[in-house]
Every structure is written in C-alpha cells, then in structure tokens.
Design a protein around this ligand. Structure first.
Ligand code: 16G
Length: 242
C-alpha cells in the first residue's frame, strides 16, 4: 500500500508538470491556436509518461477551455475569438480580422412564407415571402457556430446571392445594416447541435438573437446564432450613468 501511495503522488505531480508545460508552450506561442496536439499515446511515448498522466493533464486543460477536443479529430489548442458586444460586425468580418478563414456549410437556403414569429421580428405582413438560411460556420476546419437567418425576400431577391457571407450579399443590394438589437443568453447545446459542432453533449453555448436594421429603418435580418461557449469572449466598454 505504501508503494501504491508513493506512485500515485509521483503521477499527480507529473500530470501537474505536463499541464503547466503545455500551458507555457501556448503562452510562449510555440503551440499556436487551432493547432493539433499529438495523440495521447504519442505524447506518452515522447515524454516517457504514462497514458493516465497525459490523459489527466489534457482533460484538465480541456475543462479550463485551453484545449478543445473534437470527436475523431483529436485535441487542439483552443482559439478564443474576442468579439465586441457593441459593434455591428459580421461573422466573416470577425474571422478575417484575426487572420482566420471563414467558411459556411448550408443546410438550408430557401424561399418560403413568413411564420408568425418571423413576421413579428421582421415587421412583415402575414403571407410575405422570406429567405431562410441555416448554416454551420467554420474557421478553416473548425466549426464555431450554427446560424438560422430570415431575410425579407424583397431585400435579397435570390437566396443564391448569399455565397458565403450574408453581409457581403447585402453590400451588393441594399447595403449592410447600420443598427441592430441583440440579446444574448447562455444555453447548453442539444444533441444535434453538439454533434454538428463536434462537442460533448451539454457543452455550453451562447444563444444570440439579432434584429438588424437598414439606414431606412427596415428590419433586414432576424438571426438566431448559437456560438460555441468555449470559443468566444464577448467584450464591451461600459460607461457609468454619472
Ligand atoms: C454574425 C451575426 C449574425 C449575422 C452574421 C453575418 C452575431 C452574434 N451574429 O454571426 O447576426 O447574420 O454575422 O455574417 O454576431 P456573414 O456576413 O459572415 O454571413
């Protein structure tokens, strides 16, 4: 028993050391955001550590949001995106500003009749036609968000005008929105969302609802975004009332 206790103490120290070493490499820029780590087995071999030690160190960093794991793809250095909560930007703008490559996979790009909810959000009459987009949004190969957008059809006549970015399509038609109202709420991803984003069931997410207005005052988009909680920081400058 004595022997067992000694071993487990040594192991817990080794795991702490490895955890700190990985953290330091990230801070020093030797391990860059988005880069993958060697497999558990390779790391154990490389560092002459047990797989239990490696697994524990990695699990701790995943819990802290320093590393992320995607099923079947491995472990990555988490790339947190810092986004202003008071600037009206697009997903594409946010990623390009950080040197990342925005990409979308569309599940839906269609024209249909407005639902009561959408009509209220977009100030449309019942029966009006809308364009619907349902997209999984990536930075390179990493999925970051799921978005469902509804736009009045008369503003972007053809859904195929949205190749990847909605705001770039608006640049070519009525211009981008100049104002927006936005609500943010914490959620846990459901099974379908977690699967799309390659995250464990119940992972935290940020639900963000946006109604954006053109300079004319018309509502141009009603979007429900589901951003990965482990990938985004929202920041804002605050001012006191006095
Ligand atoms: C952002 C917006 C979303 C907008 C999209 C347009 C948030 C929370 N949501 O994701 O409302 O529709 O950008 O981006 O910021 P796009 O021009 O790349 O399609």
């Amino acid at each position: 028993r004595q022997q067992g206790r000694a071993n487990s103490t040594t192991r817990s120290l080794a795991y702490e050391r490895l955890r700190r070493a990985i953290q330091k490499s990230i801070e020093a820029g030797a391990l860059e955001p988005g880069h993958s780590l060697p497999s558990e087995r390779d790391l154990a071999k490389l560092l002459s550590l047990s797989r239990v030690t490696v697994r524990k160190a990695i699990a701790g960093l995943v819990d802290e949001g320093v590393l992320t794991q995607r099923h079947g793809a491995g472990t990555f250095v988490a790339a947190r995106i810092v986004k202003s909560f008071s600037k009206l930007t697009s997903f594409t703008d946010d990623l390009r500003a950080r040197g990342l490559k925005p990409r979308s996979v569309f599940f839906e790009k269609s024209i249909g009749e407005v639902t009561p909810d959408e009509a209220m959000a977009l100030n449309l009459s019942p029966g009006a036609k809308v364009i619907r987009l349902h997209r999984l949004r990536y930075a390179g190969d990493e999925p970051l968000a799921i978005e469902r957008t509804t736009i009045p059809q008369d503003l972007v006549a053809d859904p195929d005008m949205v190749e990847d970015s909605l705001y770039e399509a608006l640049d070519k038609t009525h211009g981008r929105p100049t104002r927006a109202l936005q609500r943010l709420r914490a959620i846990a991803f459901d099974a379908d969302q977690a699967k799309l984003l390659g995250l464990p069931l119940g992972s935290p997410g940020l639900f963000i609802e946006r109604r954006a207005f053109l300079a004319s005052g018309r509502v141009v988009e009603f979007t429900r975004s589901f951003y990965r909680g482990d990938a985004y920081d929202f920041v804002a400058e605050l001012q006191s009332d006095t």
